[in-house]
Design a protein around this ligand. Sequence first.
Ligand SMILES: [Zn+2]
Length: 204
Amino acid sequence: MTRRGGEQPSAYLRRLPIGRRLALGEVANSDLFPLEGEILVKPLEPPILPEPPRRGEPGGDPCPVCAGKLGNFVVWRDERWGLGIASEPSGLPMVAVLQPLAHHDLEDLPVELTGELGSMIQRVARAIGRLDAVGRVHVNRWGDGSQHFHLWFLARPKGMWQMRGAMLAVWDDLLPGVPEEEWHEARRLVAAAMAEEGGAVLVE
Ligand SMILES: [Zn+2]
């Protein structure tokens, strides 16, 4: 399987006006765009080929999951999966990460784990959705930082219709942090909700 293509710029890259700014266009007029005022799109930076190694890839930094460097990030786990929630509060009422305990990327996730993934996504979404403040749970896979497969769960605050859609990730950085005590209670509640169907709570 070709994972990154060759080192020659693709036809797509050759079309891009590298070094120039694209017009902001209708993006800024969207109800969902969180910023206003005079905003410029950053100039397009030159492509990097081959792309830099991610954490856990040959030549990259060690995988923090497999090196056991997550501290108290993992709040729940069973035999094959872990759910991580940062101990530092987010702006959103909950941000969580689902990952297999073993080192796989999405493309080489064993069939046993891919078979479980659907029900795990549903289970995490339900657990987070039980928090009072949560209106909807969005699921994202980016994976540009770490090779170890991880899915992001971002909770939209209930009632904040303005924050619907993909800009929720930006709102997370704009909103004031949830108070520490409330955040830790939310971590405990989500971990406990996960454990109702098995696995162990790892947060006090
Ligand atoms: Zn790993």
